[in-house]
Design a binder for this molecule. Structure first.
Ligand code: XIL
Length: 439
């Protein structure tokens, strides 16, 4: 059963321009790890931009006056989703009386800080205003289409992607549409909403967005896939599929996630991870974040990742501590793993005849952390490790390592092609970069 085991929604019930030198460094050295300090992004948005992707967050309008919140949001993210402010109940509280005050606050904050905006959401069974909840049939169909048209028109030209329709499929093994007042207006309500959105804002990418659609073998995933394939074959205007990606122990990150993203992308749509949060803590949570980033980076049409909130305390399920910053705004281990995975980029091709080295963060203590390095392509190698800031070497194993600050050099000592180092942070927790050459 694919049910959300956390509380359901409730409310009132371009490739970055890189210099030739940097490019050469990347090509000559590692397939996975970035290879120069210049190439490593020090924020989520900078690291994602290295591969032409965005990194976003949900934003709540009522927190825009909180400096601790906006400081992190502004520094780390370049895509913004209104957490609630563009939903149906917020934007059309009374029929045909639209209220864009809070949605506009978020758009204006985003634009004045150089960020793009995902629109969320034009048609949904949940968070409908009372008047709409009580409607049915052709009156509801017209009201829904009017809502789509009015809201998409208001924000025309300001939205990168719209979640036109949200959560229209049932959980479980049926593969059926979710029952709702909108669904009862006729099975074609979804495509009607997409056509209305396209007419109102021809430049926004139009997405279908849902949860529990991550595991390729699940019926709900297949059902959404079949709808998108049908839409593409009939010319219904759909450009992207959003994967909410709310994970917890009942709905874990699936090992076939890259397959799911890749198969959707192969239909000719962009895919985006739209509301990422992962219940948990420590290494287990961090590794799951890393897996999500790696899955997205493995699919060229996976154009960006958004988390569903800034700090754990901002989360709609704060008890699960599912985000990248703790309640005090400190970076969590999940942040470090996410940043590292973004900086590592997609799996590049190793240079022929040479060697590659991958750099992975391992155990971490308050003053120091371990780094694992794995060489492939040759057993006669020399690895240069560029430490960050004032980091210094404490310990090493399975290779002969010389130097203690700045650049270390490692050569084999008869213990194979994987080795490790322990580094004192000395104020810098960033992962070192490494280059490999054959000897
Ligand atoms: C959530 C918000 O985070 C909460 O503040 C609100 O009370 C309920 O909705 N799927 C979605 C989002 O598409 O809109 C939901 O957001 C989370 C689940």
């Amino acid at each position: 059963m694919m049910t959300r085991t956390f509380a359901p929604p409730r409310r009132g019930r371009t490739l970055r321009a890189i210099s030739l030198a940097t490019l050469a460094a990347v090509v000559l050295s590692t397939g996975v790890a970035v290879t120069s300090a210049q190439a490593a992004g020090s924020t989520l948005q900078a690291a994602a931009a290295e591969s032409g992707r965005y990194f976003g967050t949900a934003i709540a309008a009522n927190k825009l006056s909180e400096t601790a919140y906006t400081t992190i949001a502004n520094r780390e993210f370049n895509m913004v989703t209104a957490e609630n402010e563009m939903k149906l109940d917020a934007t059309e509280p009374n029929q045909n009386q639209f209220n864009f005050t809070n949605g506009d606050r978020i758009v204006s904050w985003a634009r004045s800080n150089g960020k793009q905006v995902r629109g969320h959401t034009l048609a949904w069974h949940s968070q409908q205003p009372g008047w709409m909840q009580n409607m049915s049939g052709s009156a509801l169909r017209s009201a829904m289409l009017n809502h789509v048209t009015q809201v998409a028109t208001h924000y025309r030209g300001q939205i990168h992607s719209w979640d036109v329709v949200n959560e229209a499929f049932a959980d479980g093994s049926s593969g059926a549409r979710r029952d709702s007042n909108l669904q009862r207006t006729g099975n074609d309500w979804i495509e009607a909403a997409f056509r209305a959105a396209r007419a109102a804002d021809p430049n926004a990418k139009l997405c279908y967005n849902d949860y529990n659609t991550d595991n390729w073998s699940h019926a709900k995933t297949q059902a959404v896939y079949n709808m998108v394939r049908d839409f593409k074959s009939r010319g219904v205007p759909i450009d992207c599929v959003g994967f909410q990606a709310h994970f917890n122990s009942g709905n874990p990150v699936p090992s076939n996630y890259h397959t799911t993203l890749g198969n959707f992308a192969a239909l000719g749509v962009d895919v985006q991870i739209t509301e990422l949060d992962i219940a948990g803590s420590g290494t287990s949570q961090a590794e799951q974040y890393r897996g999500i980033v790696q899955a997205c980076l493995a699919v060229s049409r996976c154009t960006g990742i958004s988390v569903w909130g800034v700090r754990d305390s901002d989360s709609w399920r704060s008890g699960d501590t599912p985000l990248l910053f703790d309640g005090n705004g400190n970076k969590k281990l999940a942040y470090n793993y996410t940043l590292d995975a973004l900086n590592a980029g997609g799996t590049g091709n190793p240079p022929t005849g040479g060697c590659t080295v991958t750099v992975t963060r391992a155990e971490e203590w308050s003053d120091r952390f371990n780094v694992s390095l794995a060489v492939s392509g040759s057993s006669a190698w020399r690895v240069s490790v560029q430490l960050q800031g004032s980091q210094s070497l404490q310990n090493s194993w399975n290779a002969t390592v010389s130097g203690s600050t700045g650049t270390l050099t490692a050569v084999p000592n008869g213990n194979g092609n994987s080795f490790g180092i322990t580094l004192y942070k000395n104020g810098n927790t960033n992962l070192p970069t490494a280059t490999c050459s054959t000897t």
